[in-house]
Design a protein. Structure first.
Length: 278
């Protein structure tokens, strides 16, 4: 896996970009692109129910629902996977062999996307996660063999508008990526939910329990993100021998505990991802 460190502005982009779907994720990407200097006049948005935010950008030159306006250099598809076949069929006349196609649709493979494009078209499949909506996500991308180095760099710039980006060479890894980072926010929210419930069971008022759980998880995440230490070392640093944390970890790290449960959960989620992809 190769990490990205591209933080260059998008003001130098001289082509045309079509964004298909400007909901939560697509809209967040658009906001990030504009914040990085992408000219609204270079963008076409196709969305049957555009938000007020998108309509506001239309006043700055963005083309809204004008699919016949031109042939885009880049197409970013950010619609629900169940709408993929219909949307890609509609896009097919606009996609040229030189068009860079970037999809953030869950479960839709490179092979699926290539069926709607001329042979040799560069195609990238990317898997972002929910924190991308606030610019703090992590996206993993894989491209077909027709993606040039310049197109890879451009894709990285576009994806990094929503957070960090990693690239893999094996598309099959995206099933595990989906299970870990794609579904991962739900695991964290479940932790907050169950920690709150356990705190209430221990006698704390519900409001205080919820506040403690939320702030503890958020603060620990920030500490982990900014630390040079790995998670295991941070855990050990907060665990005094024979102390309260050690007592709790005896349960969480014991037989059938957190590690076993999470490994089983990730395996099942990855298996389901493979099933959905066909």
């Amino acid at each position: 896996m190769k990490a990205s460190n591209s933080k260059k502005p998008l003001s130098a982009f001289s082509g045309r970009l079509t964004l298909v779907g400007a909901g939560k994720m697509g809209g967040a990407m658009l906001d990030g692109w504009l914040a990085r200097g992408l000219d609204p006049k270079a963008v076409t948005v196709l969305d049957p129910q555009p938000s007020a935010r998108v309509r506001a950008v239309e006043k700055r030159g963005l083309a809204l629902n004008k699919s016949g306006r031109d042939k885009p250099d880049v197409v970013v598809v950010a619609v629900k996977p169940q709408d993929a076949a219909m949307v890609m069929a509609t896009l097919k006349p606009q996609i040229r062999k030189a068009t860079l196609v970037v999809s953030i649709m869950a479960g839709r493979t490179l092979g699926f996307l290539q069926d709607f494009a001329p042979a040799g078209t560069p195609v990238v499949r990317a898997m972002p996660n929910l924190p991308a909506a606030i610019g703090r996500g992590i996206t993993v991308a894989v491209g077909n063999r027709h993606v040039s180095e310049a197109q890879r760099k451009l894709t990285t710039q576009l994806l990094e508008a929503c957070g960090a980006t990693e690239w893999v060479d094996n598309e099959k890894l995206l099933d595990a990526v989906t299970a870990v980072s794609g579904s991962g926010p739900a695991y964290v929210f479940l932790l907050a939910e169950t920690l709150t419930a356990a705190a209430v069971a221990a006698g704390l008022p519900a409001a205080l329990a919820a506040r403690l759980a939320r702030e503890t998880i958020a603060g620990s995440g920030e500490l982990l993100r900014g630390s040079k230490l790995d998670a295991a070392t941070l855990r050990k640093n907060v665990t005094s021998p024979n102390g309260t944390t050690a007592a709790a970890l005896e349960v969480l790290m014991g037989p059938g505990g957190f590690e076993t449960l999470l490994e089983t959960a990730i395996a099942k989620a990855a298996r389901r991802s493979r099933e959905l992809a066909g």
